[in-house]
Design a protein around this ligand. Sequence first.
Ligand code: NI
Ligand code: MN
Length: 225
Amino acid sequence: MKFTYYGHSCFAVETKGVRLLFDPFISPNELAKAIDVEQIEADYILVSHGHADHIADCVQIARRTGATVICSWEIHEWLQKQGVTNTHPMNTGGKKSFDFGTVKCVVAQHSSSLPDGTYGGNPMGFVIIGERHFYYSGDTALTMDMQLVPQHAQTAFCVLPIGDNFTMGYEDAARAAHMIQCNKIIGVHYNTFPYIAIDTEIAIKHFEKTGLELLLPEIGATIDV
Ligand code: NI
Ligand code: MN
């Protein structure tokens, strides 16, 4: 499977010829100026919560590509009002099979409102059970609920925020990695804004100390996962 990083918490995973795009936030990201939003293809867009730094380009990409947007019930209702008709609403605890695999929605300890102030429902993480299993936590605090993740799937890699301030920092992300029993972590949600600036070398060394691998792909880079 291929993982492409688009900056902040936006990434794509290509599996079985299906392209999954997560938390599209590209055009407002100063660090992602080299990425052309118009060139991004998607069959599915998964939105963890309604904050602008996770949904900014969702309407535009969904309209252009016709991708199915998987999100909370409340975000689904909001997207319908923006003219995005191909949506699949879910909520925490629910799972559903799609052509690329199964999506299990799990707890994220965060908040969720849409850019216009509309309530966004529960923030969520996603466990994707498919060709290779993986977990994207969305924006979240470290939470004991993460101990349930390995009961849903033995993950090949996981995508966790490491930027602190609004979410887990790298220390809590390393604790999360042990809870979810996964030693290959792709770090996201760092360095986009001054609030979440971190020293990435320290973060990588911190992971190494406990036998974990922290991958921080360059924006625009594609890696095998
Ligand atoms: Ni957020
Ligand atoms: Mn965020």
